[in-house]
Design a protein around this ligand. Structure first.
Ligand code: KIV
Length: 271
């Protein structure tokens, strides 16, 4: 399967079209210029400047502490690197739940100050007004259902969501609602694969899964997890393509030895 690089710029219409044609959508997080450049050059369809930056970049336990200013900083760095992918930026906790005016202002700041192409926010019916108001400004919105990490203190754990019938039914209703009010796509996180597959069949906009099985329209992972930079996060849904933690540590240990032993720099590495 070759990577679909002939598309010069991925737009929201391109990803909707991919679903219609049955082409799976690839999505990864990125938070900085250097890695975003590589991810874009590889041909990824969507780059998510996720609020997982709170964990991955800043070392917080949850996604709650990251601020709008910090998300904008990450988004600006990513946008400078990207020429092909659609760049979606998470609205951080506390910047859209209060009221729809605040949500619109937050989304406008992201779009205006970073040059991003769309925003993502967590929740269904509860955040309907916020989403509608953002959409009125012409800002594309990606929804996020299932495990919504900004509600970790309500859930209590990061376990699989929507195993019970009532929560499963609400997820399908919310997916239809998000589609009907105008979201261009929805991330569904950590729910049973059969349920995610029903959600994907129930709407015409793409469902992008993380820990939601193969019956959806695309997949998203946190880049640092895929690269094996984190050692202590090993959920069942994660496929690691590299073991960078050990490789980076090994390279640095090698450098330290070279410095201490006076092997570095050698004659050709100086002026
Ligand atoms: O913030 C993030 O990285 C996300 C993905 C897990 C979908 O929302």
């Amino acid at each position: 399967m070759s990577v679909h690089k002939e598309i010069k710029k991925v737009t929201t219409n391109v990803v909707i079209d991919m679903k219609q044609r049955g082409e799976k959508i690839s999505m990864l997080t990125a938070y900085d210029f250097s890695l975003a450049k590589i991810v874009d050059a590889a041909g990824i369809d969507i780059i998510l400047v996720g609020d997982s930056a709170s964990n991955v970049m800043a070392g917080h336990e949850t996604t709650l502490p990251i601020t709008l200013d910090q998300m904008i900083y990450h988004a600006q760095s990513v946008i400078r690197a990207v020429s092909r992918a659609l760049v979606v930026v998470d609205l951080p906790f506390g910047t859209y739940q209060g009221n729809s005016k605040e949500a619109l202002n937050s989304a406008i700041r992201i779009m205006k100050e970073s040059g991003a192409h769309a925003v993502k926010l967590e929740g269904g019916e509860e955040v309907k007004e916020s989403i509608q108001r953002i959409l009125t400004a012409g800002i594309p919105v990606m929804g996020h259902l299932g495990l919504t990490p900004q509600s970790i203190y309500k859930f209590g754990t990061y376990n699989v969501r929507a195993k019970e019938e009532a929560e499963a039914q609400k997820l399908i209703q919310d997916a239809k609602l998000l589609q009907d009010i105008g979201c261009f796509s929805i991330v569904i996180e950590k729910v049973p694969a059969a349920l995610a597959s029903i959600a994907a069949q129930s709407v015409h906009i793409p469902i992008i899964g993380i820990g939601a099985g193969g019956g959806v329209d695309g997949q998203v992972l946190v880049l640092h997890d895929l690269l094996g930079i984190n050692k202590d996060f090993s959920p069942r849904f994660l496929r690691r393509y590299l073991n960078l933690y050990d490789q980076i540590q090994g390279a640095i240990e090698h450098y330290i030895i070279d410095v201490k032993s006076k092997d570095f720099p050698n004659a050709s590495e100086q002026y």
